[in-house]
Design a protein around this ligand. Sequence first.
Ligand code: 13P
Ligand code: SF4
Length: 364
Amino acid sequence: MATATLTPLTLDSYVELSEPELEARIARAKAHLGRRLVILGHHYQRDEVVKFADYRGDSLRLSQLAASRAEAEFIVFCGVHFMAESADILSSEHQKVILPDLNAGCSMADMAAIEEVEVAWQELTRTTTAPIVPVTYINSTAAIKAFVGRNAGAVCTSSNARKIMEWALGRGEKGLFLPDEHLGRNTAYALGVPLERMAVWDPHEERGGLSEEQIHDAKVILWKGHCSVHQRFLPEHAEAARKKFPGIRVIAHPECRFDVCQAADELGSTEFIIKRVTESPPGSKWAVGTEIHLVNRLAKECADKMVVSLEDCGCLCSTMFRISPQHLCWTLENLVAGNIVNRVSVDAETKRWARTALERMLQI
Ligand code: 13P
Ligand code: SF4
């Protein structure tokens, strides 16, 4: 193999390569690294990137897969920052997790800063003596996961949120759900908690914008955070889809707003949506309320069904989209050259407590 073709360029130079050149370079670097490398691709990733992934999946499944591939020294995570952190938390000492573009964050995870959560916790535990169990969605920073681990709580994913919230409410008198207001509300409501017993903590308001009475009365305190992609779906989109395509089923991710989830026929994680649509009989019609790359791929892979986005313009996760084939190529060619670029590494203390919260979830 000609090593000259594997010499990394400056990041900016990769945009000048044609698509076939870029693809050939990625494939060559991947082959060169062999079993030392595993590439993970989230379901929301674009086709030009996900085609190089050894595994495709949701955030939790990918982190678990990374941990189970002990021979892989490099885990290149084509996803967003919190996913790469989770992979680092669950993987072994010798494994290095790399995010091809460090700017690929998650707007929801960014809505709960650890300093804000610490303040909220102090205020809440000062206001009420009722035991509160914190639960954080996996879409949160490692620092938030560690906070939850230290305070006897657990992490949840969109597929096990119900089970974890049930566990939390069985242990404490109240639950604090971070950082997604909508997933928290949808899950608590499905468990029978009335909307009047849920309060929203706004970190930008004094004492979360809540009175003492509201805190005392709340069964579940929801952090005011959301996904800017899923928040764009509206209940009228479900109505319009049903009018346009009679017999269509609406399936949405539980990060969507409460009224959208109420209007949907089915709710579930990315894995659930894929399974449900794929396994439905030929001729089935689906309006899907989640990120557009997943929807488009499903439509392509399930040509015997009709699959459309719940919203006409399609909702794109722009941070996930930052992971480009150019960034992937630059990352891999640097690894071949012995340079580890864009490593995501969680400090030991944070890792210990975040792992506790993740393991608690796996035990439940
Ligand atoms: P999943 O864990 O269902 O893949 O969702 C991840 C995510 O970021 C949804 O917006
Ligand atoms: Fe974050 Fe929303 Fe993108 Fe998922 S879709 S990674 S929650 S910004």
